[in-house]
Design a protein around this ligand. Sequence first.
Ligand code: ADP
Ligand code: MG
Length: 257
Amino acid sequence: MSPGKIIAIANQKGGVGKTTSAVSLAAALERKKKKILLVDSDPQGNATSGYGVRQSDCKSQLYHCYTQDIPVKTVLITPNKKRNLTILPSGIDLSAAEMELFPIEKREYVLKTMLEPLREEYDFILIDCPPSLGLLTVNSLTAADSVLIPMQCEYFALEGLSQLVSTIRSVKKSLNKNLYIEGLLLTMFDKRNKLTFQVEDELKKHFKDQVFRTVIPRNVRLSECPSHGLSVIEYDVKSTGAQAYIKLANEFLKKQN
Ligand code: ADP
Ligand code: MG
C-alpha cells in the first residue's frame, strides 16, 4: 500500500461544518473501501462522539499522546468492528494540551511525529481541527499534506478566510513547505438565499478550481445523525446530505490521480 495522505480539515470559525465534513467524508471514503483514520483534534470531541464513541470507551486520548508520550496505537479505537475506519479520539482534556506544549521544543511537530508512522496503514488520514488557529491547528497543518476548508456561504466567511490563508502561508514557509489547499468546500448551501451565490462567485473568482464543484446543501439529516452516533451515510444514505458527501468523496478521489 502506498503511504496514506494526511488532510487537515480546518477553518478557525466554529459551526462551518468541519466536523460534519470530516465524519461524513470519512464514512463516504470508507464506503469506497478506503482505509481511514479520523483524528479528532478538537477538545469538543464532536468527531469522537459523532461516531458513537463515548469518553468512557477510551482510556487514553490524543491529549495523552501529545503530553505523556502514550503510543498512538494504544489509543486508536474502531467504533464498529466491521468498519474500515479508526478514530484517534479526543475530549475536553485536549484543551490543556496547547498550554502544556508551549514550552516544548519543536512543539509544532508533535502530531506529525505521531502520525508519520501510521501513514503506511491507511489510505487517508483526516484531521478534524478545532475552531482556532492555535497550536493544535498549527500541529495539524504541519502534519498534513493538504488542507480542506469547509465554508458557510455568508458574508463574514470571506473575511475569516484571508486569515486562514495567511496562516497556511506562514506554516508553509516555516514548518511544512509542501502544504497545499485540497479544496474549499461550500457547506450548508441554501439555494433560496441570494447571498449564497454571491459568496460562491466571489470564492470562485479568487480560488478558481480550488473550490470543490460539489456543494453540501443544508439538510436536517446531517444535524440529526450525530445524536445517533452514526455518520449520515449510515443514518440515511438516501438523504441529500449523504448523497452530497458521497459525491464529494468521488470528486476528492478523482483529484488524487
Ligand atoms: P464545526 O465543526 O465547523 O464547528 P459542525 O460540523 O459541528 O461545525 O456543524 C455545526 C452545526 O451545524 C452542527 O450542529 C451540525 O450538525 C450542523 N450542520 C453541519 N452541516 C450541516 C448541513 N449541511 N446541514 C444542516 N446542518 C448542518
Ligand atoms: Mg467541529
